[in-house]
Design a protein around this ligand. Structure first.
Ligand SMILES: *[C@@H]1O[C@H](CO)[C@@H](O)[C@H](O)[C@H]1NC(C)=O
Ligand SMILES: *[C@@H]1O[C@H](CO)[C@@H](O)[C@H](O)[C@H]1NC(C)=O
Ligand SMILES: *[C@@H]1O[C@H](CO)[C@@H](O)[C@H](O)[C@H]1NC(C)=O
Ligand SMILES: *[C@@H]1O[C@H](CO)[C@@H](O)[C@H](O)[C@H]1NC(C)=O
Ligand SMILES: *[C@@H]1O[C@H](CO)[C@@H](O)[C@H](O)[C@H]1NC(C)=O
Ligand SMILES: [Fe+2]
Length: 467
């Protein structure tokens, strides 16, 4: 049965390709794969939402990078009934010596919801490329997890990132996470492109949906770091509930190492991990000239040393190149402010979410316009990044199906399916990107692209190839 399905699917896909090819519009592909419109939430009594057994047991455990270089990890968890312990006990797999680190806990109120005790503990100066085991909780409710630190930053260090956006907590969300976990490419760290729990869509921004979401992702996020980007669903700006502090639940629950990259806000920051330099931006914070985010990025880009970290990757929630009718042109203001920097500093890839669909651009830029010269069309530009939208994690808003027609010539491939991406760095010149739609078998690549590094030119000085 499953085989038959896959077979039908590939025939269908082939037909689509032929159809598209015969209707060739500037070389872009629109795959018209059709799927059901809305995804249903997993019921509250689902296995993925279960509270771990034991009094005050730590739950919603998740980790992220805790410093600039990858030797630090922030471990976060929630105890529901009382503060419990802030201590993390950890040891490397090869050592019997147990270390202790002390964290803190925070709480917040949102309308009539009061959070549990949200613990954050940063552990630092770990060995590179080492498996660590960690234990949290006290008494008979301790829980153990493990993670692997990344290799030391270096130009030819292979590393595999997963890409997930707009996840939510529907049955499709669970399929996306399962597909990512089962992908034979074995992502080592998730780059999360914003819109986490969608709690704000429930009555009174029901913050208990932040808790169910935290329990849902624990099975992956407690074992490998998720690098967080903020989305519009994290704003939780609700004057009607007298809640006017933007990002309140998100910033209490998801700590990031912003201070170590000289950022003044958890909403934008950078990290180095293996051979990648990752810059996280906020689509929902000011970025015009003279704003904190603008100044930070201006000072940040010249710091990137491509001989240490060849791959320069930018994450944001709202895409700045998008030919889906949903959120069309929403990224335009950020494009005007930041695009020329992306080209100047030869950013390799810009990953975004927000649009519940998948899209990959060609290498294009639109930076020649100066109000009077009329040059306001995207043109081919080999110094420009490839823009990829992966906002198709499976949230309850349903997929974004309407497309702008005809397909603009900046768009190389687009499709309104749920899925996840893998960015697989091989060495300083080559990285392989693949996008995996949920309906397919685990190893199938619905779209793929060989990234050739913008700084380390694999073809020598005479480099003119189109990719
Ligand atoms: C979610 O996916 C996991 C892993 O495939 C599975 O064990 C679990 O039963 C699923 N839960 C729901 C509610 O779909
Ligand atoms: C340990 O857990 C069990 C079952 O959850 C409970 O009955 C018992 O009281 C707990 N013991 C302590 C010392 O907390
Ligand atoms: C919060 O208020 C809403 C509306 O009155 C109610 O339905 C809900 O049960 C309340 N939740 C809590 C945790 O008190
Ligand atoms: C897209 O089409 C416009 C108008 O035909 C053209 O000016 C522009 O150079 C094209 N851009 C690319 C990237 O091909
Ligand atoms: C880099 O990786 C690519 C793809 O795996 C490979 O073809 C190429 O030979 C590698 N370059 C070097 C210098 O090893
Ligand atoms: Fe969004």
């Amino acid at each position: 049965m499953a085989l038959l399905k896959v077979y039908n699917l590939s025939v269908f896909w082939l037909l689509c390709m032929i159809l598209v090819a015969s209707n060739f519009c500037n070389g872009g592909i629109t795959n018209s794969f059709v799927r059901k419109e809305y995804s249903l939430d997993m019921p509250l009594d689902s296995d993925v939402f279960q509270v771990p057994p034991g009094y005050n047991a730590p739950q919603q455990v998740h980790i992220t990078q805790g410093d600039t270089d990858g030797r630090g990890v922030i471990i976060s968890w929630i105890t529901p009934d009382e503060p419990g312990s802030n201590t993390v006990i950890y040891w490397s797999e090869n050592s019997k010596h147990k270390n202790r680190a002390e964290g803190i806990f925070v709480r917040y109120k949102f309308f009539n919801y009061t959070s549990g005790y949200i613990h954050h503990c940063t552990i630092k100066k770990l060995e590179y490329n080492t498996k660590y085991i960690y234990e949290i909780g006290i008494g008979n409710t301790t829980r153990q997890f493990r993670f692997m630190t990344p290799p030391r930053a270096g130009p030819d260090v292979p590393y595999t990132f997963g890409l997930i956006g707009d996840l939510g907590q529907t049955h499709d969300s669970n399929v996306t996470l399962t597909r990512y976990e089962s992908n034979p490419k074995k992502g080592q760290t998730v780059l999360f492109l914003g819109d986490l729990s969608y709690s704000n869509d429930y009555p009174f921004h029901d913050n208990s949906r932040w808790d169910t979401w935290g329990r849902f992702i624990e099975r992956n996020a407690a074992f490998q770091p998720w690098i967080w980007t903020v989305g519009n669903h994290e704003l939780d700006f609700a004057p009607e509930l007298e809640e006017t502090t933007p990002f309140k639940p998100y910033t209490h629950r998801y700590y990031v190492p912003y201070a170590s990259s000289d950022s003044t806000s958890p909403l934008w920051y950078s990290i180095k991990r293996a051979s990648a330099y990752i810059i996280v931006l906020s689509s929902y914070s000011a970025y015009g000239k003279s704003t904190p985010q603008y100044k930070w990025l201006r000072d940040e880009l010249p710091k990137v040393d491509r001989s240490e970290t060849p791959w320069l990757i930018v994450l944001m929630h709202c895409p700045i190149y998008n030919s889906n009718a949903h959120h069309y042109m929403e990224g335009e203001t950020m494009r005007v402010v930041f695009e020329s920097w992306f080209v100047k500093y030869k950013v390799d890839a810009v990953f975004a979410g927000h649009v519940h669909s998948y899209e990959r651009s060609k290498r294009i830029s639109n930076i020649a316009y100066n109000i009077v010269n009329g040059k306001c069309t995207p043109v081919n530009d080999q110094s420009a990044p490839v823009y990829i939208t992966i906002g198709d994690g499976g949230n309850h808003d349903g997929p974004a199906i309407g497309m702008v027609e005809p397909q603009p010539n900046f768009s190389a491939y687009r499709e309104a399916s749920f899925g996840h991406g893998i960015f697989d760095i091989k060495n300083r010149t080559h990285a392989y990107f693949s996008w995996h739609r949920n309906q397919d078998g685990y190893a199938i690549e619905a779209d793929s692209f060989w990234f050739h590094n913008r700084y380390w030119n694999p073809f020598g000085k005479s480099f003119v190839a189109s990719y």
